[in-house]
Write a protein that binds this ligand. Structure first.
Ligand code: HSE
Length: 309
């Protein structure tokens, strides 16, 4: 029925915990075919690429789970979802956010189809609010939906967003083979922070935003520092602190935990492979295998295409 293309994202960007995210040029694609599975056999999910051997092939796949929750009784019984995944799973690059968005968009598409409307003409603003509510924070789903660099803040009436479409930035993201679930990474954070730490982050989050908007690399390098989440998370990921140091000493402008990790993102405009290899070697010294990606920021967000029925 429809195909959706959704980009990877890096959330937090150092000091912007839960409020800032950037879309990256690496994509997951999801197709929904209603009546695509065998009649009576329940939903079928096929995955190709990242996660193909681990992700569920039935209603337990996150995209299907979201659809079933959203649609309730009107959910078709025999739909088929085909996922082509380029974003590594559980890496800190927003792969679960792409699945949540796909599930919400597919739900709207089914509703529109049932009403005789074009299933691909979906209001992305209402999807954004639902996605922020579903995930509990918007710093992956907002840039994944809208593209570019997005500041996103929940509000009583929904969400406030400010999007800066074009960010002239490239990054090397190194993802260790280490299981660090977002739920555990969030549980590791304190319930309260000191006034000093709050002030430290507020000022730096504003500077990171300005540095990205204006392309001021020196300012980005000075400002990307955090006291809200990284100090509590980095030490739980073997080799992460060393990978950050290795990337900085190999020429990266600045380095952060990508989202809740375990991926480490090094912003740079040069020495990409050297920085990637340095991070990989640092993880290897902690007996952790890793892979790295060299990724541009992208101004493109989610794209929906109608497929022939
Ligand atoms: N802002 C979120 C966190 C991103 O750091 O927990 C991960 O989903």
């Amino acid at each position: 029925m429809i195909r959706i293309r959704i980009p990877a994202t890096t959330a937090n960007l150092g000091p912007g915990f839960d409020c800032m995210g950037l879309a990256l040029d690496l994509w997951n694609t999801f197709e929904l075919h209603i009546h695509g599975a065998e009649i009576g056999g329940g939903p079928v999910v096929e995955t190709y690429g990242e996660g193909q051997d681990q992700l569920p092939k039935n209603q337990d796949h996150l995209v299907a789970t979201v659809m079933i929750e959203q649609l309730g009784k009107i959910c078709p019984h025999d739909f088929k979802i085909i996922c082509h995944n380029n974003i590594p799973c559980a890496s800190g690059l927003g792969s679960s956010s792409t699945a949540i968005l796909a599930g919400l968009i597919f739900s709207e598409a089914v509703k529109r189809h049932d009403q005789g409307l074009d299933p691909s003409e979906i209001n992305l603003e209402s999807i954004l609010e639902a996605a922020v509510a579903y995930e509990g924070h918007g710093d992956n789903v907002a840039p994944a939906l809208l593209g570019g660099f997005v500041i996103v803040v929940p509000d009583q009436k929904g969400v406030i967003t400010k999007r800066i479409p074009h960010v002239p930035m490239r990054a090397v993201v190194c993802v260790p083979q280490f299981n660090y679930l977002t739920k555990d990474a969030r549980a590791a954070l304190p319930a309260q922070y000191s006034k000093e730490d709050a002030i430290f982050n507020i000022g730096r989050a504003m500077l990171v935003s300005e540095a990205l908007r204006l392309g001021e690399d020196g300012l980005l390098a000075q400002a990307m520092n955090d006291r809200i989440h990284e100090p509590y998370r980095m030490s739980a990921i073997p080799g992460a602190i060393q990978a950050k140091e290795a990337a900085l000493s190999s020429g990266a402008l600045c380095v952060a935990l990508s989202g809740a990790g375990p991926g480490i993102i090094a912003f740079t405009k040069q020495k990409f492979d050297r920085i990637g290899r340095a991070m990989k070697d640092a993880f290897a010294r902690s007996q952790i295998e890793s892979r790295y990606w060299i990724l541009d920021a992208t101004s493109e967000g989610t794209k929906i295409t109608r497929l022939p029925l």
